[in-house]
Design a protein around this ligand. Structure first.
Ligand code: ITT
Length: 192
């Protein structure tokens, strides 16, 4: 089976992607390859940051790998938090504070439209390939659900009346930004 490193420190993302491509690819985490480095996301776009992560791992370990960068874009906030989604309220990965900040900024705002986006940068046999995925939705007035991670409790995808955090991982994965991008990645890998 093909081995592929996922350059992430986010256990939720790893679990989602592993569930999506189980049986097709042997997914290795940064932990599995003994990498405990903090890869700084200095880019200003999702593609740049995804590329920074994949190149870092490829150059250091010479393994096929991919990185993804994802985030939430809220129309009424001119696309914020965008590439700053993980550290919108300051500290990296403080999801509760990040959601509080979004809810506070959207108080009284009627346009609640938003989307999650993912860009994957894959380095396969030394060549870089990009895959992306998007899911449209709206921002709730308050949290609902305990699944998922990040902004999931306040994001309701179009066509549903529940949030990502109310869904099982399989339900979320079937329609999510990351799920869609990973499907394109898996199709690409299946062509070898
Ligand atoms: P790595 O860089 O180590 O992969 P990260 O948590 O920083 O982990 P991203 O840069 O891809 O991951 O994502 C930035 C933030 O966007 C993430 O911390 C969440 O707040 C939010 N986010 C991304 N995907 C999400 C999802 O599926 N559901 C909810 N929030 C998400």
């Amino acid at each position: 089976m093909q081995q592929l490193v996922f350059a992430t420190n986010n256990a939720h993302k790893l679990e989602e992607v592993a569930a999506k491509i189980a049986g097709e690819i042997e997914l290795l985490s940064l932990n599995d390859i003994g990498c405990h480095d903090d890869i700084e996301e200095t880019g200003t776009t999702f593609s740049e940051n995804a590329s920074i992560k994949s190149h870092y791992i490829y150059h250091k370990y010479h393994l096929n790998c991919f990185g993804d960068d994802s985030g939430l874009e809220i129309d009424a906030l001119n696309g914020e938090p965008g590439v700053y989604s993980a550290r919108y309220a300051g500290e990296h990965g403080n999801h509760a504070a990040n959601m509080d900040k979004v809810l506070e900024k959207l108080k009284g705002v009627t346009n609640r439209s938003a989307r999650f986006r993912t860009v994957i940068s894959l380095i396969w046999d030394g060549e870089e390939h990009f895959f992306d995925g998007t899911v449209e939705g709206t921002i709730r007035n308050e949290r609902s659900g305990s699944g998922g991670f990040g902004y999931d409790p306040i994001f309701e995808p179009v066509g549903y009346d529940i949030t990502f955090a109310d869904m099982s991982m399989e339900e979320k994965n079937a329609i999510s930004h990351r799920g869609r991008a990973v499907e394109k990645l898996a199709e690409f890998l299946a062509s070898f």
